[in-house]
Design a protein around this ligand. Structure first.
Ligand code: ZN
Length: 638
């Protein structure tokens, strides 16, 4: 996912270190999807109760009624299971959170089912409740009949007024990191890969889509079938239901969105096919058939979520000028880094996000040129350094320790930007050609597998470092991965375009030219962000007004520029921006913007009052993940 950075989005992260004893023993490259070889049996995932080392879920058949009036899914999950050779385990442990389980059955083969004893453990605050099922030792399938609850952490139910169309309700899921268990009972660990089929019944006028084979020409009849034939981790299972429409961008790519939004969305993402081809040229074939983007209603808490075949995206990237499409480059890059080669546990999250940010910038460079990619890299490093300064040392480590924590708490710029810097150093030391060959080999070798940080390091040593020990001496691998801070050898991204912006800002600050004479006519979003970030904070309200008058910043429709401008406005006490601040905070729920804006507001007592007044209105429209974040910032007591 994409959260931070300039244009992107991201989502969560985590990463930690306590579960790395497990080498994912893999003797040969596995190129074809095969759920049975998914992950190392030695991988211990502290964020799952599942017991895949004894019985492993390999496939799910899902069947649900989507009940908007009660805000629940009701149906069955039929899980195919396998035991390791010779294994006779009779105890299957699944993850659940807030599920009402009606009954559990087991089947040996064929159509006959028998009731299976089960118990649901008391809930853990972060992990939910272990569901333990006792099965015959030769049972191959387990069927759970259940309902979700309205408060399920992975489901968001929107009333019509919270949608763009205003007429119909909307449902979307967010399973990463460990929310799949709140709507499907399964082994909710990224080390367990499964295929799935699903049948979803909805109100007749709505359309359901999933992270599976969506049919662009589907008939709107309230009864939909899906199949995902490639093995994926549970956090990539996704569903959305609403008054959706589809617009093609190319033969294999297109956009789903609510009907009033779909045309603008298709225009914004017009470069999708170019991006896919650029990525294929760099990293090997796109292996997921179609690539579509679903634009969600504004309460989606993240920038994007890389659900396979169907990226979920925030509407806040619809800037009208394709300036924020790095989000899509990011989510697309996950088709290789994350979805194809997956972090086996959440402490390994940097393997997903660091690789993806590196790939994202390579795609941007191919499609939009190095000027653009360089600017994004510079802004990314700024984000990292700024956040790093506020983080305890243990959270500055790529291979982060998440023991006893909610993996969503590990969500910082570290796995994203520090991870990308590490790969950038490898590229600089070994040369782009050699590093690109290494990357392609890495994606081929681990395709459709979940790996740990140790698996990566072993592969890196064998296939890059050990081929040239003289160069390897320049790369402090242990320091990059296991130590806080940024290594002194880290590359410093540079952007000539941003140097010019700085000079222009300097002249204005010194009074050498008025705001109206700043040569910002052709500035991109990235140049504006750099300009605004470099201004003194606070700035005198008179100077803020001068800028606002010259460039109408309080009226900007670009979410990134608006966010940066409002941060500065709050710090500067620039009152003319208050109406826009309230409008912005009540019209979208993207955590990347909510978090810094509320944090800036609560720094003064007057700001805190304003924050609470706005939040009282906005809170019912935010996603539970965003609510949890903002509750803490403003000290919400209801
Ligand atoms: Zn991401």
């Amino acid at each position: 996912m994409r959260h931070g950075k300039v244009a992107a989005i991201a989502l969560m992260c985590l990463a930690a270190a306590s579960c790395r004893e497990g080498p994912a023993s893999r003797a040969e490259p596995a190129r074809s999807p095969s759920p049975t070889v998914a992950a190392s049996s030695a991988t211990r995932d502290e964020h799952s109760y599942g017991n895949p080392e004894e019985i492993r879920v390999t496939h799910a058949d899902l069947d649900w009624d989507v009940l908007f009036d009660r805000r629940i899914l009701r149906g069955t999950a039929t899980l195919s299971v396998e035991r390791p050779a010779g294994g006779r385990a009779t105890r299957l442990v699944l993850d659940t959170r807030d599920l009402d389980v009606a009954k559990v059955e087991a089947s040996r083969a064929g159509p006959s089912w028998a009731s299976a004893p089960f118990s649901l453990a008391p809930p853990d605050k972060f992990l939910g409740s272990a569901l333990t099922v006792t099965t015959p030792e030769d049972a191959t399938r387990v069927r759970v009949s259940y309902s979700t609850r309205p408060e399920a952490s992975g489901l968001q139910w929107l009333d019509p007024p919270q949608t763009a169309g205003k007429k119909d309700p909307f449902l979307f899921t967010q399973s990463q990191a460990i929310h799949a268990r709140s709507w499907i009972p399964l082994q909710d660990s990224p080390s367990v890969r499964i295929t799935y089929r699903a049948r979803v019944r909805t109100p007749k006028n709505l359309i359901a889509v999933m992270s599976a084979n969506n049919d662009p020409n589907v008939k709107r009849d309230g009864d939909y079938d899906f199949e995902m034939t490639q093995p994926i981790p549970s956090y990539l299972i996704a569903l959305a239901v609403g008054d959706l429409a589809f617009a093609p961008v190319s033969r294999r790519a297109g956009v789903w969105a609510e009907r009033p939004v779909v045309a603008a969305a298709a225009r914004e993402f017009g470069d999708l096919e170019k991006m896919i081809q650029a990525a294929e040229n760099l990293f090997g074939p796109y292996r997921w058939d179609r690539y579509d983007v679903l634009v969600l209603p504004p309460s989606f808490p993240f920038g994007g979520m890389e659900n396979p075949r169907l990226t979920f995206a925030t509407p806040t990237v619809l800037a009208g000028d394709r300036s924020l499409v790095s989000l899509v480059a990011h989510e697309l890059a996950h088709s290789w880094a994350g979805n194809l080669v997956t972090n086996a546990t959440w402490p390994d999250f940097w393997l997903n996000e660091g690789f993806t940010v590196y790939l994202e910038r390579r795609i941007l460079e191919r499609v939009y040129g190095s000027r653009r990619a360089d600017m994004e890299a510079v802004l990314g490093l700024q984000d990292l350094e700024k956040e790093m300064a506020t983080l305890p040392e243990k959270d500055q480590i790529l291979h982060v320790d998440l023991t006893g924590r909610d993996p969503d708490d590990g969500f910082t710029d570290v796995p994203y930007e520090k991870g990308a810097l590490f790969l950038r150093q490898l590229e600089a030391v070994y040369g782009r050609d050699r590093f690109d060959r290494f990357l392609r080999g890495y994606f081929d070798h681990f395709a459709f597998h979940s790996i740990t940080t140790d698996d990566f390091v072993r592969y890196l040593r064998a296939n890059l470092l050990d081929t040239d020990p003289r160069l390897a001496a320049k790369v402090p691998v242990e320091e990059w991965i296991e130590k806080p801070g940024i290594p002194a050898v880290a590359p410093r991204p540079k952007s000539d375009a941003l140097v010019l912006v700085e000079a222009e800002g300097e002249r204005w600050r010194k009074g050498e030219k008025p705001a109206s004479a700043i040569a910002a006519g052709a500035w991109s979003t990235q140049e504006w962000l750099h300009f605004l970030r470099a201004l003194p904070s606070p700035s005198p309200p008179g100077r803020m007004a001068e800028l606002d008058q010259a460039f109408r910043l309080s009226a900007s429709g670009n979410s990134e520029i608006t966010n940066q401008w409002l941060l500065l406005s709050i710090a500067s006490g620039y009152e003319p921006a208050w109406p826009r601040l309230e409008e912005f905070l009540t019209s979208m729920g993207r955590r990347k913007f909510l978090k810094p804006l509320y944090e800036e507001l609560v720094k003064t007592s007057e700001g805190k009052e304003r924050a609470l007044a706005i939040y009282r209105k906005a809170r019912p429209t935010y996603h539970p993940i965003a609510v949890a974040t903002v509750d803490k910032i403003v000290g919400w007591r209801g």
